[in-house]
Design a protein around this ligand. Structure first.
Ligand code: IFM
Length: 434
């Protein structure tokens, strides 16, 4: 059973850390293809080796034990389990996750497994990927295979990671795999991911008693303008980024203004009850009315002035986390887990800005919890420096520095800070209960 105290954790994802892309029967994913396509990733980096976590997972579990985390959110690589996306199960791939889960449980760490963090099997992409309705059904079959193997030990399930980002970056703008530039034509991938989510919830629910959630990327909207048109733009952006991937899950249907290839019964499947919402928060988004017709979008995003920025250029706005959690709690009344929160800074090992970032975000988290917002966990993105998608290894998010040529791990100051914070929060007693 998932621990009922407040969960302090760390998060990672398969393609970003595992490496071993051609080992033990793993099939190819869309990220293998994309990363090996010239010009797609900064410096020509790939996830072929990444943090070599596939071989060094025991060392990484020890690092987590040293932190004292309650839970570890990792993702399972679909093509490691089903190399062509469907059909024959690769037991060696499943065994890897089984060993990882056992290692975590031995150290008293709750395994939190994400089923899809963007590494779709290439063979499914060749058949249309998430543009094809059938992928939703293949996703549910895959969820069933994983639940049959790990359902007795995984303590919380997350179906999809950031379907908004996968649609926008992967299918509308093409800066992520599979590299499609479909603009509005990418929208079926929204419906099919959510349908896959609902079908997977059903497959998991019939096989395990562990709570089930989804990890959405949310971004509070900052209105940058005073006109009615600016207000309308902010409303439209909020509907797309924040409401579209949540309200259908709660039986409220899609926000008005969106058209999807919905078949009879789909919305009921999508609304299959879940137990919590996973919240990935990095920064708010400034929005105003479009200043030209160039993009065809009903909004324009605006750089937010007056904030410190991470090395990625993202504004540091801890209060945005508080606003977001309060709003999600008020609007949706589901238990919340902050499934990702973190920052890219290259400095190491004395990463003072990451310490400040975590301290300030966790202070806001404590404040909203004290005000009655039902948040039950906080997972730092990320345990390790890792493959940051189109940025390759150029952006470092880890509590632990990774020297990529050798794989050597060196805990940073933020690791020590987070370890001490967790210990102190536990000593604090009552306030550490979920
Ligand atoms: O690295 C990513 C992660 O895979 C999904 N959420 C945002 C992180 C930082 O960009």
């Amino acid at each position: 059973m998932l621990s009922d105290r407040f969960l302090w954790g760390v998060s990672t994802a398969s393609y970003q850390i595992e490496g071993a892309v051609a080992e033990d029967g793993r099939g190819r994913s869309i990220w293998d293809t994309f990363a090996h396509t010239e010009g797609r990733i900064a410096n020509g980096d790939t996830g072929d080796v990444a943090c070599d976590h596939y071989h060094r997972y025991a060392e990484d579990v020890e690092l987590m034990a040293g932190l004292g985390v309650d839970a570890y959110r990792f993702s399972i690589a679909w093509p490691r389990v089903l190399p062509t996306g469907a059909g024959t199960v690769n037991h060696k791939g499943l065994d890897f996750y089984s060993r990882l889960v056992d290692g975590l449980l031995e150290r008293g760490i709750d395994p939190v497994a994400t089923l899809f963090h963007w590494d779709l099997p290439q063979e499914l992409q060749d058949k249309g990927g998430w543009l094809d309705r059938d992928t939703a059904y293949r996703f549910a079959d895959y969820a069933a295979v994983v639940a049959d193997a790990l359902g007795d030990r995984v303590r919380m399930w997350i179906t999809l990671n950031e379907p908004f980002v996968h649609t926008v970056m992967g299918h509308a703008y093409g800066t992520h795999a599979p590299g499609l530039t479909l603009g509005f034509e990418s929208f079926p991938t929204i419906h099919h991911q959510l349908l896959g989510h609902g079908l997977a919830v059903r497959a998991l629910r019939s096989r395990t008693g562990s709570p089930i959630s989804i990890a959405n990327n949310y971004s509070p909207v900052v209105l940058c303008g005073e006109t009615d048109a600016d207000q309308a733009a902010a409303y439209a952006y909020d509907a797309l980024h924040n409401r579209l991937f949540t309200e259908p899950l709660l039986g409220r249907g899609y926000p008005p203004g969106f058209e999807f290839p919905v078949e009879e019964g789909d919305l009921d499947i999508i609304a299959t009850p879940i137990d919590a919402l996973g919240v990935n928060y990095y920064n708010p988004t400034g929005v105003r009315a479009p200043q030209s017709d160039e993009t065809g979008l009903p909004f324009e995003t605006v750089e937010l002035d007056g904030y410190a920025r991470t090395d990625f250029g993202w504004p540091v706005v801890p209060d945005g986390l508080g606003d977001l959690l309060t709003r999600l709690h008020t609007d949706y009344r589901l238990p919340l887990y902050v499934t990702e929160s973190g920052c890219s800074y290259a400095e190491s090992p004395d990463d003072r800005r990451r310490v400040e970032y975590l301290r300030d975000h966790i202070a806001v988290l404590d404040r909203v919890r004290a005000s009655g917002v039902d948040v039950r966990g906080y997972f730092v993105w990320s345990l390790l420096d890792n493959f940051e998608w189109a940025e390759g290894y150029a952006q470092r998010f880890g509590l632990v520095h990774v020297d990529f040529p050798t794989g050597t791990r060196t805990p940073k100051s933020s690791y020590a800070w987070y370890r001490d914070h967790i210990a102190a929060a536990r000593l604090g007693g009552g306030e550490d209960q979920a």
